[in-house]
Each structure stands twice: as structure tokens, then as C-alpha cells.
Design a binder for this molecule. Structure first.
Ligand SMILES: [Zn+2]
Length: 339
């Protein structure tokens, strides 16, 4: 049986095509009928030709949906469950998973394209979390952010050691940066400085808990952050872009002895000598989504956070090409695709 799924052929060329219906290959697999998926800022690296596309390949790594089939070894989810899984699968049992490093699971990996009507989920027990019941449609966008951007923003804040009373600056006003603002506010930061030049994103940052907006960039941006933080820079900086200029912005905006949480896909260098002389700690990487899912699902389910507000464009899956165009042209912060 064929299904429909997105395939990237080359930069600027993402199409919905008929693909083979996924099947259970291992006893630990589950099959999920996708309810909603979305386009990630990290998908745009290939779409913009900044990362190679050697051959046509299914694309997408964020999803929520309903389990339609479970392998014989699957225990934690059942057919009919509404589930969320992170952008990488993990077994939940290896020595790294048990230490909370699920993004680096010894038996983990990615998926065969989640911008699709159905997805094979390896390691279903260690990856999927069922919602407490059938979600209201209005909750689905926020649940979908837990597959990546909300957990990634949260990971930036965890990596930078954000806690009550701290000053936090967030570099990047994409969906991850906005979720990082929300995370820092949830963790009790006293000051949350969102660096953004676009009015719609500034408004969303403020709604998510930003206490100040800095529209300036580079030296002027770092100077504004110092103005807001007793002249020294922010206790924590969350770098949510990954470009060299964003990483340098983070280093320039953090105080001596502060911490930087990096979650943008790394492109370019970090000035390690400057990090040393200014006693700056640097942590981060791909988010261990499973480590945060239970807590963040509870916050979404009980209405304490509404990260789904980052979706400002909703389209049917067949319009995936327009979703990529809109994000590439920055007409949309983040595009949701109904499958
Ligand atoms: Zn593992």
C-alpha cells in the first residue's frame, strides 16, 4: 500500500510523493499514523543548499499521531494511543539513555522521513509517550512542539544552567529561540532578553515571558545586553541559530563566568581562547527529548505553557512545498502540516 510523504530532491525542491507504507521490521517497532508534522529550521539547511542532498531522500523528523501497529515486544504504548516522540529514537535502556543522554543512545537514530502520512518508529518503548487521553484539536500544535522545538529550547536553558533570579539572553527568534524564551521564563529567570528584529516574533517572545527585546545585533546588540545586566552581560545565553555570527553574538553577550547553552546546528567556529580567559562554560547539543517529555507534556496538557503559538502557518501535507517556501522566505516562523 502506498502512502504520501515528503521527499527532498535538491535544494529548493521538496515534493509529496507516493511512498511505500511503513511496516514493522523489528519487534520493538511501532507504526504511527501521523496526525500532524512540521518543517524544522534545521530542514532549511538542505533546502537552502547549505547542506548537501546527494540523492532524493524522505525528510522531516517531528510528529504526533496515533499508534496503528505495535511490534510484539512493545509494552509502553498500545494501538490507538495518541503519541509524541522526539526527533531521534532511543531505546531507553542503554547505559547512555539511563544517564539521561537519550539523544546519544547507543542504539538510537533518526527516522525515514516524518513529513509523511505514516512513520515507522524504532525503539517505540524508549521513544514514544502517550498523552493522558485523546487531545483536543487545539492542543495538538503545542504537543507537536514537544517533538523538537520546545524540548530543544528547554535543552538550551538546561545546558546554560538557567535558574531563578538569573539574567538570560536568547540569540535567535525562530521557533527554537522563542521556545527557549518560554523555557527560561518557566525556570524562573528574572530577566529574559530576546534578541529579535521582527515585530511578530518580538510580540510572541513577550507573550512567552521575555522582559526585554534587543533589536540590535553584533557589537551594538552585545552592548544593549550589557546595558540591561549591570554592564557585564547575561548570566546565561541561549544560542538557538547555529551560524557563526549567532555563536559570536552569544559569546559577546554572556558575562564573565557565565554559561552558554548551544542548540543551533553548529556552523563555524567558537572562540575557545576567549571562552577560557573569560571563564565561560559552553554546553549543549541535540536535545535528549525523552528526558524532558514527561515534564513538558504535563505543562502543555494542564495549560501552563502554550508553545504551539510558534506555528503561524498550517497547511495540509500535500502543500509541503509551500511550507518550505514560507519558512525559507521568513513569511512563517514555523509551518504545521496536517497529515
Ligand atoms: Zn539508549
Amino acid at each position: 500500500m502506498p502512502m504520501r510523504g515528503a521527499v527532498i530532491h535538491r535544494a529548493g525542491d521538496v515534493r509529496v510523493e507516493e511512498r511505500e507504507d511503513p511496516a514493522i521490521l523489528e519487534a520493538s517497532d511501532a507504526i504511527v499514523r501521523t496526525v500532524a508534522t512540521c518543517v524544522c529550521g534545521s530542514d532549511l539547511w538542505r533546502y537552502r543548499g547549505l547542506a548537501p542532498v546527494p540523492e532524493p531522500v524522505p525528510i522531516g523528523h517531528e510528529y504526533v499521531g496515533v499508534v496503528t501497529e505495535a511490534g510484539a515486544a512493545v509494552r509502553s504504548v498500545q494501538v490507538g494511543d495518541f503519541v509524541i516522540g522526539g526527533f531521534l529514537h532511543s531505546d531507553g535502556t542503554c547505559v547512555l539513555c539511563r544517564k539521561g543522554a537519550q539523544a546519544n543512545c547507543l542504539h538510537g537514530g533518526g527516522y525515514d522521513g516524518c513529513q509523511a502520512e505514516a512513520i515507522r518508529i524504532p525503539n517505540a518503548d524508549g521513544t514514544l509517550v502517550s498523552t493522558p487521553g485523546e487531545p483536543d484539536a487545539v492542543l495538538i500544535p503545542s504537543l507537536l512542539t514537544l517533538s523538537d522545538v520546545m524540548c530543544t529550547g528547554w535543552h538550551a536553558a538546561v545546558s546554560a544552567g538557567v535558574g531563578p533570579g538569573m539574567s538570560v539572553a536568547v540569540v535567535g527568534d525562530g521557533a527554537v529561540g522563542l521556545c527557549a524564551v518560554l523555557a527560561a521564563a518557566q525556570m524562573g529567570a528574572e530577566q529574559v532578553i530576546a534578541m529579535s528584529r521582527r515585530a511578530a516574533r518580538q510580540r510572541l517572545a513577550t507573550a512567552f515571558g521575555a522582559t526585554a527585546i534587543v533589536a540590535e545585533r553584533d557589537d551594538a546588540g552585545a552592548a544593549r545586553v550589557r546595558d540591561l545586566t549591570s554592564g557585564v552581560g547575561a548570566d546565561a545565553v541561549l544560542e538557538c541559530v547555529g551560524t557563526e555570527s549567532a555563536r559570536l553574538q552569544a559569546v559577546a553577550s554572556v558575562r564573565a563566568g557565565g554559561q552558554i547553552g548551544v542548540v543551533g546546528l553548529p556552523h563555524g567556529e567558537m572562540p575557545t581562547a576567549e571562552l577560557f580567559w573569560r571563564n565561560i562554560a559552553l554546553r549543549g547539543g541535540p536535545a535528549p527529548v525523552r528526558a524532558y517529555l514527561d515534564q513538558l507534556l504535563d505543562l502543555v496538557w494542564t495549560g501552563q505553557i502554550e508553545p504551539g503559538a510558534v506555528f503561524d502557518l498550517e497547511l495540509p501535507l500535500v502543500d509541503v512545498a509551500e511550507a518550505y517556501r514560507a519558512m525559507d522566505e521568513r513569511r512563517a516562523i514555523k509551518a504545521l502540516l496536517w497529515a
